[in-house]
Write a new protein. Structure first.
Length: 424
């Protein structure tokens, strides 16, 4: 074989020639020759038999001796052997990396499936709790309806006897249908408000109940599991918690929706930190219930000769920039929010005398009447709030309008006085 053939074997052979001869990689020429003679004596075809495996090993021993005996060919072999060893190490490292990546991918897929399963279970538990509350409320409504129906029948019988005794037809009584309507009252969705706050806020069910009890007695409060939603104007989705608060009366729900924005603006409130986290409070049904009385539009108030000059000054058009509320305005807003509902229903009534400010006139009591004429409630829709609830909501709207009008008059008077001082 020529030198080029041995160079070809040195560069491309996958056999370890040092291992075939039984010498170390840095062996000398004499050690290589001695090892070659020993190997040829051990594996000579005349000694071990001329089979194919023996002839192949004999040929490799000759090639190994010629490659390692020539220093230039040996250097080529050593470089190629070292390159093959490094490639083998890299392949083993890549294999380990691929194995780790595969295991990591499987772990992440398993974690994602577990999170999805946990979210699904939490959602199912929430739905079950909603159904349980709805069934419980339905059962209590039926019990209350049956109780009120019995009381209505008893009262009807007593009124009938009294009517026969005094022979008076002026006193009516409530029908069974009216009693059922009073028992049913507003539906659960009309008494429910929904609110939203970030999951990072330190608010739980007890905090929500404590904060919203100021509006009225709470029947139930539920918190949905955190979910990522996209807010309009935001680039990334954020994790929010949605809560449902069911009040015992529609009056509490109406007060929560109406006063939420005003409460948020009060930085001196004791629980202002908790209110800052809540972003919105809306009706659970998506719109204001039909049972809520609509506020009447404000009409210009006439002035009398006894009013002050500031009160007679025409209202100026509001400027494009927002004014900072005065201390008097903040005090009036605090009075509106912290005022307890009156025990006796009152209704707004204009007072044409004095300083022209709106006052409150007491509504006459009808407790002396034994009943209402049968046809009086014929036009009342089913599920409407009671007269007391409607009166309280109207009072809330009227008092808010009255205070807003008073704030506007005082701010206009302050602006007029400031203008006169600057002119002088």
């Amino acid at each position: 074989m020529s030198t080029e053939d041995f160079k070809h074997h040195a560069l491309n052979s996958s056999h370890d020639f040092y291992e075939l001869l039984g010498v170390a990689e840095g062996a000398t020429d004499s050690e290589i020759r001695s090892a070659y003679r020993k190997a040829t004596l051990k594996y000579h075809p005349d000694k071990v038999g001329a089979n194919e495996q023996t002839l192949e090993r004999w040929h490799l021993l000759q090639v190994a001796n010629e490659v390692l005996a020539d220093s230039s060919v040996r250097e080529l072999y050593d470089n190629a052997r070292r390159a093959r060893a490094e490639k083998k190490q890299r392949d083993e490292a890549y294999e380990g990396r691929r194995k780790w990546m595969k295991e990591d991918l499987e772990r992440r897929e398993s974690g994602a499936m577990k999170r999805k399963r946990d979210e699904s279970e939490a959602e199912e538990a929430f739905e079950r709790e909603l159904r349980r509350i709805a069934e419980n409320n339905k059962r209590r409504r039926k019990e209350m309806e049956a109780k009120l129906s019995a009381e209505a029948r008893k009262a009807e019988a007593e009124e009938s006897e009294a009517r026969e005794r005094v022979q008076s037809a002026s006193n009516g009584f409530h029908s069974e249908g009216d009693a059922a309507q009073q028992a049913e009252g507003p539906s659960d969705i009309d008494r429910t408000v929904t609110l939203r706050f970030p999951s990072s806020a330190s608010l739980d069910r007890d905090n929500i109940v404590s904060m919203f009890t100021r509006f009225g007695d709470i029947d139930e409060a539920l918190l949905r599991p955190p979910r990522k939603i996209r807010i309009e104007g935001e680039k990334h989705r954020k994790e929010y918690i949605t809560a449902l608060v069911v009040f015992k009366s529609i009056v509490g729900a109406h007060a929560a929706v109406s006063d939420f924005e005003s409460i948020q603006k009060q930085s001196l409130q004791q629980d202002a930190a908790g209110w800052r986290y809540i972003e919105q409070v809306n009706w659970a049904g998506g719109k204001e219930p039909d049972a809520v009385p609509k506020p009447k539009s404000m009409t210009p108030q006439s002035t009398t000769p006894g009013q002050s000059t500031a009160a007679n000054t025409p209202h100026t058009q509001p400027s494009a920039t927002l004014r900072t509320p005065s201390a008097k305005s903040r005090k009036l807003a605090d009075d509106l929010l912290n005022r307890n509902p009156p025990d006796t229903p009152t209704t707004p009534q204009r007072d044409g005398e004095g300083n022209g400010e709106a006052g409150l006139k007491r509504v006459p009591s009808f407790a002396s009447f034994k009943g209402t004429p049968r046809g009086a409630a014929a036009g009342t829709p089913k599920g409407s709030p009671s007269l007391h609830d409607v009166t309280m909501m109207r009072l809330k709207n009227a008092e808010r309008r009255r205070l807003e009008e008073k704030i506007r008059r005082e701010e206009a008077a302050d602006e007029a006085g400031a203008g006169q001082e600057n002119g002088s």
